[in-house]
Ligand binder design. Sequence first.
Ligand code: GLN
Length: 205
Amino acid sequence: MSGRAGAAAAGASRPIAVLALQGDFEAHRKKLAAMGLEVFEARRPEELDRASGLVIPGGESTTLWKFFEGEPWEQAFVSFASSGRPILGTCAGAIVLARKVTHPPQRGLGLIDMEIERNAYGRQLDSFVDHVDAPRLGGTLPAVFIRAPRIRSVGPGVEVLATLRGEPVLVRQRNVVAATFHPELTDDTRVHELALSAAIAGAAA
Ligand code: GLN
């Protein structure tokens, strides 16, 4: 992309966008800023053009879709993903990235080949904190689950990066990463580092 090349030539790094339509975008923005990264809150689809990476936060996926339907967001996300820039979706953000969404059924962007079930831990386990197994991230990770979805199946192109009791909770397909938990609510930075490494490397260059 010429815009990207232009920014690199000028020595300017591009910030990471946090989608700020709804949900806990502020926690992601603060976390990325605390990691020393340049970050901005995106409220319009065209703002994604100037971003090196994108976070789609948790919140309510049905509400996110209401916003998406009013503006050309879907097109913006699909072209963002196909440009190769990294995307991290957490909880509701993971739900909107999926190919298939159940309980109840809802549209998905299809940027990760997975089937995901909303609010899938039942009322008693509505919200909980646990440690997930993430051998590729150096062991276990603390994870906060809030009315979390469960990933019911993944396609062959999807890597499972962390599991809870054997079930995938952190997955990646090419440059798109989805977590069913909230890595922005703990001090651990490994999920953001892993998902956004391409944007972080660009910023340091
Ligand atoms: N239950 C929400 C949904 O289905 C997700 C919850 C969250 O993002 N913490 O969209």
